[in-house]
Design a protein around this ligand. Structure first.
Ligand SMILES: NC(=O)c1ccc[n+]([C@@H]2O[C@H](COP(=O)([O-])OP(=O)(O)OC[C@H]3O[C@@H](n4cnc5c(N)ncnc54)[C@H](O)[C@@H]3O)[C@@H](O)[C@H]2O)c1
Length: 253
């Protein structure tokens, strides 16, 4: 059987761990060349090594997604290494402060918006610009169920993730006839370092987290990676502007 993204060049932000790493490995397994972009240098090189051990191609580029120059450099790196850019996964994100709005730290608000929302906007801006030149492509950005329903104490995170779904629709409409698709994913709770750290710092939340989704337990990063693979491959050729929830039925309640 042919591979789902054979020969495509894919840039994956936040690829040093968690959902981004699982997606980088999954795309490599399905034949893509991978650019891993992250602020975490050690983790990024580790992802690249794992991909190379599979016999696939990958490069790491140190990137802070909130910085325009870093996003431009990440995209240029992909074009130079793999002769183009077909897929961009705007996935890097942080959870930001956990507090009610009155006590919520203002710098923390700015930071979560800069990374989670502006970072995705910059990815769309420069990713689409490059894809227009290199024959089109598919951009997937990471939203969250926290961007679809309000989660108390997560006003900054929720605003950033709701924004991701909306700018995804803007991009989809603006470039619908240019061979460019823009979609988002909205994971529920996924067992990654981000969620493991929250549960470690707030042990009382673990039981609550594990009971939150109707299917029970936490998703594995590979389950999210498969949804991204669908949106990044030609299997989803008619899908654009969509936010695909991968949340064990949470939003059906
Ligand atoms: N884990 C979940 O339950 C869950 C649920 C919904 C949405 N998400 C979203 O999925 C995405 C990935 O989350 P995860 O759970 O894998 O988290 P994670 O913390 O395990 O991994 C995030 C990665 O992003 C990188 N990163 C952080 N800030 C960056 C920046 N400014 N520039 C470049 N890289 C940066 C980190 O170094 C890390 O490698 C995030 O956008 C997160 O908000 C996660």
């Amino acid at each position: 059987m042919s591979k789902l993204v054979d020969g495509k060049a894919a840039v994956i932000t936040g690829g040093s761990q968690g959902i981004g790493k699982a997606t980088a490995l999954r795309f490599a397994e399905e034949g893509a060349d991978i650019v891993v972009a992250d602020v975490n240098v050690e983790g990024g090189h580790a992802t690249v090594s794992e991909i190379e051990d599979m016999g696939a191609n990958a490069v790491f580029v140190e990137t802070d997604v909130s910085q325009k120059e870093d996003i431009q450099n990440m995209i240029t790196t992909c074009i130079e290494a793999f002769d183009g850019i077909d897929v961009l996964f705007n996935n890097a994100g942080i959870d930001g402060p956990l507090d009610n709005i009155v006590d919520y730290d203002e710098d923390g608000f700015d930071k979560v918006i800069d990374v989670n929302l502006k970072g995705v906007w910059l990815g769309l801006k420069y990713g689409i610009e490059a894809m227009l030149e290199y024959g089109g492509g598919s951009i997937i950005s990471t939203s969250s169920i926290g961007g679809q329903v309000a989660v108390p104490q997560y006003s900054g995170y929720g605003a950033s993730k709701a924004g991701v779904s909306l700018i995804t629709k803007s991009a989809a409409l603006e470039f619908a006839t240019d061979g460019i698709r823009a979609n988002a994913i909205a994971p529920g709770l996924v067992e990654t370092p981000m969620v493991n750290n929250i549960m470690k710092e707030n042990p009382e939340m673990e039981e609550q987290f594990r009971a939150m989704e109707p299917m029970g337990g936490l998703a594995q990063p590979e389950e999210i990676a498969n949804a991204v693979l669908f949106l990044g491959s030609d299997l989803s050729s008619r899908v654009t502007g969509h936010t695909l929830a991968v949340e064990g039925g949470f939003l059906s309640q």
